[in-house]
Design a protein around this ligand. Structure first.
Ligand code: KIV
Length: 278
């Protein structure tokens, strides 16, 4: 990695810092906002330059960067490391970070202790998965000064209890529970709720029932905002789930660049005189 990159460090000019209240205003104005996951400096800075309003340091870092097969393997230490990296790298986007599996479920106190560490690392709100059952955690975090984002529908940390990656809330009873869970999180003080893998009509119903914003991933276009894992959005991961659109082919470009580099090394075409010292 370059130690002399002019891109290093957060930008110091440009539009004003995004806060949670801006997401709330966006909902009230009917203006969809965009969020991407981010885990490292250069990607985070590219997304800031592109005007992405919120960056989520997701526990998906475990499956997109660290080589795990499930986010249940992502640790609190991982979350602190990558939250710090993103927070030090950008200035404008709102920075959200996930509470890792096993760091908040057992009590509000457990949740608060871990959330405080994420805030110290640079998170401006924390996200946790679950519905009415984690409302006490949400209440304590908010009362303690830590804004909370909820996460309903398919909740990846529960992949084992949900028996795989499946659309949630398909039948009427499940859809009703989803709406009730969303209302319980809002009532406990959540500032927004991520809806993952939920039928569009159910996501629309939740969005209409709430005064706080919903942020969809595989939940249709009616949510107040959208989020994607950045490596899916940019075509780096090769994941082609139905809800994903690859807006670039970074995997192809990276492979081609590496192939060109290898060829030039083998032909002694690189480094050329312009890359060499007298
Ligand atoms: O960790 C993550 O990337 C997430 C998104 C799927 C919303 O929680």
């Amino acid at each position: 990695m370059s130690t002399q990159s002019p891109a290093t460090g957060p930008t110091t000019t440009g539009p004003a810092k995004i806060r949670l209240r801006h997401l709330q205003q966006a909902k009230e104005q009917g203006r969809p906002f965009s969020m991407l996951t981010a885990y490292d400096q250069f990607a985070a800075q590219a997304f800031e330059a592109a005007g992405i309003e919120a960056l989520l340091v997701g526990d998906s870092v475990g499956t997109t960067v660290l080589g795990h097969t499930s986010t249940t393997a992502t640790t609190h230490r991982d979350m602190l490391t990558f939250t710090g990296a993103v927070a030090r790298s950008v200035r404008r986007p709102l920075i959200l970070a996930d509470l890792a599996f096993g760091t908040y479920e057992s009590s509000p106190e457990q949740a608060f202790a871990h959330a405080v560490e994420l805030v110290r690392a640079g998170a401006e709100a924390v996200k946790l998965e679950g519905g009415a059952e984690i409302a006490p955690q949400v209440r304590m975090l908010v009362q303690g000064g830590v804004p909370v984002i909820g996460h309903l529908g398919f909740t990846p940390q529960s992949v084992n209890t949900l028996s795989g990656h499946r659309v949630q809330g398909r039948d009427e009873a499940a859809a009703r529970v989803l709406v009730e869970d969303a209302l319980a999180l809002q009532e406990a003080g959540a500032a927004a709720i991520v809806l993952e893998l939920v039928p569009s009509a159910v996501a629309d119903e939740v969005t209409a029932a709430l005064t706080i914003p919903t942020i969809g991933i595989g939940a249709g276009s009616g949510c107040d905002g959208q989020v994607l894992v950045w490596q899916d959005m940019a075509g780096l991961s090769g994941f082609h789930g139905k809800f994903v659109k690859a807006f670039a082919d970074l995997r192809g470009q990276l492979e081609q660049a590496a192939r060109d580099y290898r060829d030039e090394v083998e032909q002694r075409a690189y480094p050329g005189p312009e890359h060499s010292f007298e």
